[in-house]
Design a protein around this ligand. Structure first.
Ligand code: PEP
Ligand code: MN
Length: 266
């Protein structure tokens, strides 16, 4: 048991240094079968370094799927066992951090709706004190680099050594081409201010739709981002959340193959 977890920690460290890092998996864990089949098919593409799934889903408005909850954590554990890939889930409260760690989640991420709230970020950070786990921090939903920076500082002050950033775009009023405007200059500025932190791009939540995912992903790589987190689902149109932006695991693999990578990544 000890042997297994030491090995996985080493794998996570290697993945953390790999360029580009590719993270994929469903927006939400829905059923055990869906999680395991997505994970198996993603692993088969040979293009993915880490699996993602939302277990607790902070929805902007009530009335839609708010996540399967703690029940889904053993599914992620099993997905890791089958594929050998580390797993990441979103956490927004101390209890969620505790539960995720109990089920050996390898990397935690803080979502855009949490990064906006210093009390929530502090609660998560306090729960992380004394824990050795990498944390990815999404940009806040609004274009405020100070809030994003504040979240990084709170997590760093709790003693977390491996911190990464996820650029998922910024919300704006009315219909635009994007679900969340990328405002690339903000991601670039954040990277300039924090050159030691990973910067991963999230084309799924920027695009909100499948047809421009590849263009957004390519732009992120052209701008020297360190990796991509892209949602995938075995039956995208039937997904319980974010159906329009998810792609099948096979399409994900194909897209990663279509991206023109930097010379040093090949
Ligand atoms: C997600 O990754 O599914 C998610 C809820 O993202 P965000 O926090 O960027 O909206
Ligand atoms: Mn989503």
């Amino acid at each position: 048991m000890q042997q297994t977890s030491t090995t996985m920690r080493e794998t996570v460290n290697q993945v953390w240094k790999k360029r580009p890092i590719i993270i994929s998996g469903p927006c939400s864990a829905e059923t055990e079968e869906q999680v395991l089949e997505t994970a198996t098919r993603l692993a088969k593409t040979g293009r993915v370094d880490m699996l993602r799934a939302g277990i607790w889903k902070p929805r902007t408005r009530p009335g839609s799927f708010e996540g399967i909850g703690t029940k889904g954590l053993p599914w992620m554990q099993q997905a890791k066992k089958i594929t050998g890939l580390p797993v990441t889930v979103e956490v927004a409260t101390a209890k969620q951090v505790e539960d995720a760690l109990t089920f050996d989640v390898d990397v935690l991420w803080i979502g855009a709706r949490t990064t906006v709230n210093p009390f929530s970020v502090q609660e998560v950070a306090d729960a992380l004190r004394g824990v050795d786990v990498p944390v990815l921090i999404k940009n806040p939903i609004n274009p405020d680099l100070e809030l994003w920076t504040g979240a990084v500082e709170r997590v760093a002050k709790a003693g977390i050594k491996q911190i990464g950033l996820i650029h998922r775009g910024f919300s704006s009023y009315g219909n635009t081409e994007y679900r969340n405007a990328p405002m690339w200059h903000l991601a670039i500025e954040m990277k300039r201010r924090n050159p030691e932190l990973l910067m991963i791009n999230d084309p799924s939540h920027i695009s909100g739709r499948r047809d421009i995912l590849l263009d957004v992903a390519q732009k992120a790589i052209d701008l020297d981002m360190d990796g991509l987190i892209i949602e995938s689902h075995i039956d995208p149109d039937k997904a319980w959340s974010d159906a329009k932006q998810q792609v099948t695991p096979e399409r994900l693999g194909e897209m990663i193959g279509q991206i023109v990578w930097r010379k040093e990544d090949i």
